[in-house]
Write a protein that binds this ligand. Structure first.
Ligand code: NAP
Length: 282
């Protein structure tokens, strides 16, 4: 078998087009969807992510407010800034770019974002809602993966899914979204025994370990769907967590890196901003 490519750029463009329509509707009601992005310090990768988010937002009619703070910012200063954004009715979404400089407790800062403005979906209330099956703002990368899975047209009900990685921002929410779609879900991590066998049983593999080429092509079950979340820089090139060429020989669908999950993450962030601006359902 030779896999079909799950083209994240194309699916993201569809998502962004829908977001643009929703943003336009909000503007017609006098609501300008607005995302505040807080960047502390001068991590070059974070600066690129923030710039890309700003560009995408502008393309779909979302206003952005950039708050750039020096690496010397104290936790209490940062909390005060987040609190000001939390109280500002013109701001619908607040994103604090991670990682934060040493000395700042990221968990405290993320918990200071009101759940209804938490467009990253990292607040314990939003994660808790996802776990109890009542999701509101869902973390963007797992949400993007679900959109890619929907694009394959494959019904996930009863399928065996393996998520490699158990971070709070990718692996765990991903597993819960798959569970909600009635898949039978296994979460693998660095202590998992016999990862090749675990991955080999999966109809859907989501690799989110941040280890280049960890998931070998030979492990993939014939006809599986493979989503590669990993972004690793190896000798100056971006590469995923999956041994792409060999996996593509066996999978039915596979995401490339770059151009797979990455573009979906930003698109789903924009979707969360319009959702936050639209207000609670009902
Ligand atoms: P993370 O917090 O470092 O978590 C990595 C997870 O992978 C951990 O649960 C770890 O297990 C597990 N792991 C590490 N080595 C393993 C191994 N050899 N076998 C099995 N499991 C292993 O990373 P993250 O934030 O979830 O991100 C994961 C990857 O996705 C990174 O490459 C990141 O850059 C990328 N990412 C991409 C996007 C995107 O938009 N495409 C968004 C976010 C993240 P333990 O818990 O046991 O340590």
């Amino acid at each position: 078998m030779s896999a079909r490519i799950l083209d994240g750029r194309a699916v993201a463009a569809e998502v962004l087009a829908e977001v643009g329509v929703r943003a336009e509707r909000l503007r017609a009601r006098g609501v300008v969807p607005c995302l505040a992005v807080v960047l502390v310090g001068d991590d070059p990768a974070s600066a690129i992510y923030v710039r890309n988010k700003g560009r995408r937002a502008a393309e779909v009619g979302i206003e952005t407010r950039d708050l750039r703070l020096p690496a010397s910012t104290s936790e209490s200063d940062l909390l005060a800034r987040v609190d000001a954004l939390a109280r500002d009715p013109a701001v619908h979404g607040i994103l604090v770019q991670l990682p934060l400089p040493p000395g700042i407790d990221a968990r405290r800062v993320l918990e200071a974002i009101p759940p209804d403005k938490d467009v990253d979906g990292f607040h314990p209330e939003n994660l808790g809602r996802l776990v109890i099956g009542d999701p509101r703002l869902v973390p963007c990368t797992p949400a993007g993966c679900m959109r890619l899975l929907a694009h394959t047209g494959i019904d996930l009900c009863g399928k065996r899914a393996v998520v490699v990685g158990r971070s709070n921002i990718v692996g765990k929410p991903m597993a819960h979204l798959l569970l909600q779609a009635d898949a039978t879900v296994t979460i693998a991590h660095s202590r998992t025994r016999d990862l090749p066998r675990v991955v080999g049983e999966a109809d859907v593999v989501v690799a989110a370990a941040g280890r280049p080429g960890l998931v070998r092509g030979a492990w993939i079950r014939e006809g599986a769907v493979v989503l590669d979340v990993g972004i690793n820089r190896v000798e100056g090139r971006l590469t995923g967590d999956v041994e792409f060429a060999a996996a593509a020989e066996r999978a039915a669908w596979i995401t490339p890196v770059p151009g797979g999950v990455g573009p979906m993450t930003i698109a789903c962030l924009m979707e969360n901003v319009v959702q936050a601006a639209e207000g609670p359902p009902g």
